[in-house]
Design a protein around this ligand. Sequence first.
Ligand code: ATP
Length: 238
Amino acid sequence: MTRTTYALELADVVAGYGRIEVLHGVSLKVPTGSVFALLGPNGAGKTTTLQVCSGKVKARTGCLHVAGTHVNGASPEALAKAGVCRIPEGRGVFPNLTVEENLRLFSYSSRLSFAEILDRSFTRFRRLGERRSQLAGTMSGGEQQMLAMSRALISEPGVLLLDEISMGLAPLIVADLYDVIGQLAEDGISILLVEQFARTALAVADYAAVMTQGRIAMVGQPADVADFVNEAYLGGAA
Ligand code: ATP
């Protein structure tokens, strides 16, 4: 029997901080080239799940697999080498450098030429091309998010971890960001993204799960998860 290999798989992961246990046995599977949305209320453990995936927090028990390889205990650097890329919270762009300079800083270790990097970035995000000489710190939150994503993509990751990219952004720019996320998955990149309860995320996702209190409460097709979210949190009102 052949076993399906997932881009990213957590099996019964228990993890936390110090004496506090936050994840009480989390299992999820992100198929290659798919968008997996992990939803849930504040404090459910979504960010902690991403921390486990990026190696910042170690699983106490349970397993983490990247592309079928067991990577329990791997450092963030080792996981980055294995192709797992997380966009830092606060986006992490250098505010006093221009868009181009931000991209250049990440271009040295790439197999791509700087011209190719610019071309790919500006094809994905036209707005960045229009602002290539603008200081990153003077751009809107959504444009900075685009720059952070472009920078992350320079390393050609296999798995992209995205944490609440829509937070504080206008709906139109969120829709643009999610369009690109859909295209990235079509290009074969696997995406695990965390949002609170975002319709936009469910519209783009191939699979979704709801997390509450450190456990997966529901996993399935986005439409089923949307129904579950409406029932559980909105009393069926939305
Ligand atoms: P939010 O949407 O509010 O970020 P979340 O679902 O991402 O929520 P987490 O950030 O993973 O949830 O937090 C889950 C629990 O872990 C919370 O109770 C939080 O207080 C706790 N926690 C998170 N980070 C730490 C830390 N560094 N040290 C101790 N406890 C932490």
